[in-house]
Design a protein around this ligand. Structure first.
Ligand code: FAD
Length: 379
């Protein structure tokens, strides 16, 4: 017998990262009774280790429509979750260090313009230096989205959690889902000695979402990433926009506290079963080198912290967002492949559309689980 009755719950959300929280918040606001099951604690994995870049710049065109809507939501985030989440819209710039890299930026600009988008803009060295005086003079141009920016992952987690709980969501931490079975038209979810029953399940289990999908009957291939970050000591204001660079793994920004936060997708390693990730210092040195090449004045700074965070990665680096192709009442939201923080507000709204209204006007066709399942070679 389940000890949490089906009458009490409409939806079980598996995973208490930002996507699980956002889905639960939107569902609860739509009147659904929602339980979140989190194996460790809220924000334990990718969501708390995130660089929290809020970036539409250089997004895959397949996810750009929802990314742009999410950007509008970030600009209105205080009205949604009662906190600004530390979101600062100081822009994101993708810098060309060499004249040959300008062609990469021009090609990208042509692609987005041809698709009808105007949010990206090519700027010359003079404008780049005006916006970021500290940048090395060898940089020649950049692509910019002036309304992009970055947030604080911890403030964001706290705000989404508080809003979800205020809307009536129950969050169970320390409840790892170990098995799921069909009981009539419901799902019975077993987690650390308890069971929960509901007609609808949201799979937002991050790097472990492939295992949860398999428990629900979906064989969706999912790899993983272990992206690394560096934080330096605090310094006086150096720059406002978030800087990335063509051809090198770098994301470089300054937090409100004055620390420099350096990432950009450099990979450490992960033991997914043990839920542990490891920093690879020789790889990390490449990020430090790119940072000091672009900002020579930061060379003498001390690094105070490094880490690696785990998250699911799909073959095409696009997330899976939508209903299960095979199991009724099952919805997936995972595989964000290193860029899911920005999508948090809109993906929760999409899941609420799908679950409450049975469909969505938002453009998610390219994010279906089918596309990955079809690529799995026959056994
Ligand atoms: C270092 C780093 C930097 C990043 N930088 C950016 C960035 O600048 N911009 C951007 O847009 N994105 C960025 N990302 C990506 C972004 O952080 C993630 O896409 C996003 O946080 C994913 O959220 P999530 O809720 O899907 O996953 P998670 O936060 O990982 O949450 C999944 C949760 O599911 C739980 N879980 C797993 N299995 C079970 C189970 N069996 N039972 C119960 N619970 C379970 C886990 O414990 C975990 O808490 C970055 C990621 C990393 C790691």
């Amino acid at each position: 017998m389940p000890d949490v009755s089906e009458a009490a719950i409409d939806t079980i959300v598996i995973g208490g990262g930002l996507h699980g929280l956002s889905a639960s918040l939107h569902l609860a606001r739509a009147g659904r009774r929602v339980v979140v099951l989190e194996r460790s604690w809220v924000g334990r994995h990718a969501s708390s280790s995130s660089a929290a870049g809020v970036r539409t710049l250089n997004r895959d065109l397949a996810e750009l429509p929802i990314s742009l809507e999410s950007q509008d939501m970030w600009h209105n985030i205080e009205a949604i979750v009662g906190s600004d989440c530390g979101f600062r819209a100081y822009g994101q710039v993708n810098v060309a260090e060499h004249p040959k890299h300008v062609a990469v930026l021009e090609k990208r600009l042509a692609l987005t313009r041809a698709a009808g988008y105007t949010h990206e803009e090519l700027i010359d060295r003079a404008e780049l230096t005006r916006l970021i005086p500290a940048i090395s003079s060898h940089c020649v141009a950049a692509l910019i989205v002036r309304t992009d920016g970055a947030a604080d992952p911890h403030l964001t987690l706290r705000a989404f959690r508080r809003s979800a709980e205020s809307a009536g969501v129950t969050i169970h931490e320390g409840y790892g889902v170990t098995a799921i079975e069909r009981v009539g038209s419901d799902w019975q979810v077993h987690a650390d000695g308890r069971s929960f029953v509901a007609p609808t399940v949201v799979n937002a289990a991050g790097a472990w979402a492939g295992d949860i999908a398999a428990m629900l009957g979906d064989d969706i291939p999912l790899g993983h990433k272990a992206s690394m970050m560096i934080v330096t000591e605090r310094i006086a204001p150096l720059l406002k926009p978030v800087v990335s660079v063509v051809g090198r793994p770098l994301s470089f920004k300054q937090s409100d506290q004055g620390t420099l936060v350096i990432g950009g997708g450099l990979q450490g390693s992960a033991d997914i079963q043990a839920q542990k990730s490891f920093v690879d210092f020789s790889e990390l040195a490449k990020g430090a080198r790119a940072a000091t090449d672009l900002f020579p004045s930061v060379g003498p700074l001390r690094i105070v912290r490094t880490w690696a965070g785990m998250e699911g990665k799909t073959d095409d680096h696009l997330p899976v967002v939508g209903p299960s192709p095979t199991a009724s009442g099952v919805y997936h939201a995972f595989g964000f492949s290193g860029h899911g923080f920005q999508l948090v507000p809109v993906v929760g709204a999409i899941l609420a559309d799908l679950i409450v209204h049975g469909g969505t006007n938002r453009c998610i066709e390219a994010l279906s689980a089918d596309r990955l399942m079809a690529r799995r070679p026959a056994a």
